[in-house]
Design a protein around this ligand. Sequence first.
Ligand SMILES: [Cu+2]
Length: 298
Amino acid sequence: MKIKNFTSVLLWAVITSVAIASCDKNNDEEQPSADPTEGLAKIQEFSAPESPYTVTLYNKTGRLQLGYTKVYFAVTDKDGKFIDNATLSDFPEMDMGMNMKHSTPRSAITKVEGKALYEAYYAFLMYSGQGNGKWYYDLKYTVGNVTDSISDAEIEVRNVFRPDDTTERKVIQSVKAIDGSEKRYVVTLVEPQKPQVGANEITAYIHERQDANTYPAVENFTLKLDPRMPGMENHSSPNNVDLTWDATKKIYKGTVNFSMTGYWKLNLILKNQEGTTLYGNAVEGETEASSLFFEVEF
Ligand SMILES: [Cu+2]
């Protein structure tokens, strides 16, 4: 009798410690499923009627804006659980009236590794209200065997200003190549978003406008860079590096050196892989700017 009791106590102790250990293990595994949207600001929620899922659009600023806009999507079920195996696709379209409609350069929506979150970027060609246009958004999402879609949800794309909050700042430009090819390109400034005195990484995208809705990314072009301060005798700065294609990061990358704070015009010349100029011109003599440029002020 005594021995049997001892055995059951021992057995109980073993079972309990195994249970505690597996409990600990579960807790560890659940750690990464903490809110994947932490630190992000909500832009808009999308949910198809009767859909068991909601898609919420986020980014760091809580707003979509002219030019480069990075975004994140979270997919949640009715209980607010974050879904990590969804697939999403979208179609933003600007309706400018008179049957004039166009989309904009953008990436596919892909999964963020290790998080129940999805990411994409847009290069918005126009802001809401520009040319009396409005932006509408189509979104399709699939979770398991459920596919739902939303169409024509209005989204707001804001204009981008210099620090006075009044003067428009150029961050994206559509051009028609001057090499006789009649090809159209969109050049979009990505970084620096927070410029500082000294060397800054500068990045940009180039997309070809094949038609109003088709804008594939273009690789292996070059953007020659000549930053100037028009307010200060159009002086430049040393040690700038032209933007070239970074095949790993899939973006054009160079260095812009801001030798002081203020208003800078980043003059550019767009060249194809053969080195032929497609748009833009050198700043020299009476020519104070390129026809292709971005603006930065800080
Ligand atoms: Cu438009």
